[in-house]
Design a protein around this ligand. Structure first.
Ligand code: COA
Length: 307
């Protein structure tokens, strides 16, 4: 199988900031409660899945320096596509001026990790330059009278460019799902987001820990070999609990949810790029990505950083 590595990255966030204090005037909640129970202080709202995906994708292409004409595939992870049909990825392909295949992938908040693993797989069969994007606008589907869900989510996007490498930098991965738990988190056609928060919390911790351990085992690595953990950004208490069980300290974990809330498929690349900008990732580092979300779905990937 041909190898691949990440050579570019980029993000996009809507301009409008919605703080916990703003939410206090919209529903029966407090800044203190939200920060204590979730770790979130503010989130961004507005925009379109396609617009954010295009901005993040353009930045990833620019950063990699890849010739747009050489890009072979656009893979957009989203559960909030602009329309039911067509997929949003062809809009992104067209606006970026690319000449290649493009499709959406829906694994909800696990979407970016699913996309990344599939991007590496496609690279393995000859789609050498794959643009993997995660973009979601879940705030469009929130019931602003439901304080148990409305406080959690934000909008955002992130992207990475995959290019050929002598050896693959995807050292291990694990993807899982359990449709028997689909009632815990869903959006019906024409409806609003519904969630059983406590149950999602319990399932999330278990799924993240099991999946990360499987991906690390496949890579032949342990928690000590992981330079940085880049998890889905849902709730800082989920991260605390998962980190403790994995034996990875929070200091080696990328966290942006205080400023973004849960941006679904956008959250893992937003956390990755934030860690890169802080200088927390160096060439040769092993990165552990993980995601979980509606489905329920979950996924993990161990990637060696060779940009
Ligand atoms: N402000 C103030 N009080 C709130 C509130 C809010 N925004 N939301 C809920 N409450 C209240 C509840 O009504 C309940 O009150 P009661 O005891 O009088 O009935 C109390 O707080 C505790 O509610 P509970 O749902 O048990 O709280 P929790 O500690 O489980 O926190 C979540 C709720 C949603 C923050 C938490 O369950 C969670 O984050 N779950 C995971 C969700 C998630 O990550 N989803 C995305 C997955 S991709």
């Amino acid at each position: 199988m041909a190898g691949a590595r990440i050579t570019g990255w980029g993000t996009a966030l809507p301009e409008k900031i919605l703080t916990n204090v703003d939410l206090e005037s919209m529903m029966d909640t407090t800044d203190d409660w939200i920060r204590e129970r979730t770790g979130i202080t503010e989130r961004r709202v507005g925009g379109l899945t396609s617009t954010m995906a295009i901005e993040a994708g353009q930045k990833a292409i620019d950063r990699s320096g890849v010739d747009p004409a050489a890009i072979d595939l656009v893979l957009l992870a989203t559960s909030s596509a602009d329309q039911i049909m067509p997929a949003t990825a062809p809009t992104v392909q067209n606006e970026l001026g690319l000449n290649c295949g493009a499709f959406d992938l829906n694994a909800a908040c696990s979407g970016f990790v699913y996309g990344l693993v599939n991007g590496y797989a496609m690279a393995g069969i000859g789609y050498e330059r794959v643009l993997v994007i995660g973009s979601d606008i879940l705030t469009s589907y929130l019931d602003w009278d439901d304080r148990g869900t409305a406080i959690l989510f934000g909008d955002g996007a992130g992207a990475v460019m995959l290019e050929p490498a002598k050896e693959t930098t995807l050292l291990g991965s694990d993807l899982g799902s359990d449709g028997a738990t689909r009632h815990l988190l869903y959006i019906d056609h024409g409806g609003k987001l519904q969630m059983k928060g406590r149950e999602v919390f319990r399932h999330a911790v278990r799924a993240v820990v099991d999946s990360c351990n499987k991906a690390m085992a496949q890579a032949g690595l342990t928690a000590d070999d992981i330079a940085i953990f880049v998890p889905h950004q849902a709730n800082v208490r989920i991260l605390d609990s998962a980190c403790a069980k994995l034996g990875i300290p929070l200091e080696r974990t990328a966290v942006v949810l205080d400023k973004t809330g849960n941006t679904s498929a956008g959250s893992v690349p937003l956390a990755l790029v934030d860690a890169l900008e802080k200088g927390d990732i160096q060439p040769g580092d092993n990165i552990l990505f993980s995601g979980f979300g509606a489905g329920m779905t979950w996924g993990s990937a161990v990637v060696r950083w060779e940009p």
